[in-house]
Design a protein around this ligand. Structure first.
Ligand SMILES: Nc1ncnc2c1ncn2[C@@H]1O[C@H](COP(=O)(O)OP(=O)(O)OP(=O)(O)O)[C@@H](O)[C@H]1O
Length: 269
C-alpha cells in the first residue's frame, strides 16, 4: 500500500532543506499507524508526502504499488482520489453549510457534474448526517461553518474523511482542538470505522497516551528522521522522554543528536 525508501522531503515547495530525511517505511493495507514526535519533527510533512502534496527531494515513494511522481499529473490526480488527507485545520468555506462541507469529502471520487450538483443541492444529506452523528455533531447539519467552534470545525473535517471513499486516510492531528472526552470519541470512531471498512489509517498525534493505547504501531520522528517504527508496546516511557527531551511545543530549533541512547534501536524499514 505505502512504501518509502530513504525519502527526503522539504516542508513546502521551494523551502530550503529537507524537513523529512531518509525515511524508510512500509505500511500494509488496513494497518493503523500513529505518527508521533515533537513539534516540527516532520509529521505533517510526512503526511503531505504520502498524499502526493509534496514531491520528494530524494528517495522513493510508492502508493498503491505505483510511483506517483512518475505518473502524468492527470494520472496522479486519479491516484489522489484513492486517499484522503484531513489537515489539522480543515479548509472550510466560511459561508458554506455543514452538510455541503461534509459532502465535499466525496468530491475526489465524483465527476465534475455530480460534484457541482452535490455542492448546490446536497442530495446525500443522510450520508453527511450519519457521519456527523458518529462524531456527535448531527445537530449542526444545516448550520453555517463560520458559526461553529474550532473543535466542531475539526470534527466537520473528520466527517469529510468518513464520507470519502478513499482507501487511505491520512489524518493530521485530529484531536488538537478537542477536549479529552471528545478526543476519545473521535479516535474510537476513526479507528473502528477504518477497521470495519478496511481503510488504512495513518494519524499524526501529539497525544502520546492515545497513540500508545489505541494504535498497534507507532512511527516516531525526531528532527525529520524516523527514530522508532514498531509496536506501541515496544516504546517505553524512557524512550518517549528521550523523543521529546529538551523540546518545548513550538521549538524546532533545538539540535538533536543523531543517535539518542535513550531510544530503542530504530526499527525503520
Ligand atoms: N511552509 C514551510 N516552509 C519552510 N519550512 C517549513 C514550512 N512548514 C514547516 N516547516 C518546517 O519544517 C519542519 C517540519 O514541519 P512539520 O509541519 O512537518 O512538523 P510537525 O511535526 O507536523 O509539527 P507540529 O506538530 O508543530 O504540527 C519544521 O522545522 C518546520 O519549521
Amino acid at each position: 500500500m505505502i512504501e518509502l525508501q530513504h525519502l527526503s522531503v522539504a516542508a513546502a515547495p521551494g523551502a530550503r532543506g529537507a524537513a523529512l530525511r531518509g525515511v524508510s517505511l512500509r505500511i500494509a493495507p488496513g494497518e493503523q499507524v500513529a505518527v508521533i514526535g515533537a513539534s516540527g519533527a516532520g509529521k505533517t510533512t510526512l503526511l503531505m508526502a504520502l498524499a502526493c502534496a509534496l514531491q520528494p527531494l530524494l528517495g522513493e515513494l510508492k502508493l498503491f504499488e505505483v510511483s506517483p511522481w512518475q505518473l502524468s499529473s492527470a494520472q496522479r490526480q486519479r491516484l489522489r482520489a484513492r486517499l484522503f488527507l484531513a489537515p489539522q485545520v480543515p479548509p472550510l468555506p466560511p459561508r458554506q453549510r455543514v452538510v455541503a462541507s461534509v459532502l465535499a469529502g466525496r468530491l475526489p471520487a465524483m465527476s465534475l457534474w455530480t460534484s457541482l450538483r452535490t455542492l448546490w443541492h446536497p442530495r446525500d444529506a443522510s450520508l453527511a448526517h450519519e457521519a456527523l452523528t458518529t462524531l456527535d455533531l448531527a445537530d449542526k447539519l444545516w448550520e453555517r461553518v463560520d458559526r461553529l467552534s474550532g473543535g466542531e470545525r475539526q470534527r466537520v473535517g473528520l466527517a469529510r474523511a468518513l464520507v470519502s471513499q478513499a482507501e487511505l486516510w491520512l489524518i493530521d492531528e485530529p484531536l488538537s482542538a478537542l477536549d479529552p472526552t471528545r478526543a476519545q470519541q473521535v479516535i474510537t470512531t476513526l479507528t473502528e470505522r477504518a477497521r470495519r471498512e478496511q481503510r488504512t489509517l495513518v494519524v499524526s498525534l501529539h497525544q502520546v497516551a492515545v497513540a500508545r493505547e489505541r494504535f498497534p504501531r507507532i512511527v516516531a520522528l525526531r528532527d525529520g528522521e524516523c527514530v522508532y517504527d514498531g509496536p506501541s508496546s515496544g516504546l517505553s516511557d524512557d524512550a518517549l522522554q528521550a523523543l521529546y527531551a529538551g523540546r518545548e511545543a513550538g521549538d524546532s530549533s533545538h539540535p538533536a543528536p543523531m543517535h539518542n541512547p535513550g531510544l530503542p534501536e530504530a526499527m525503520c524499514r
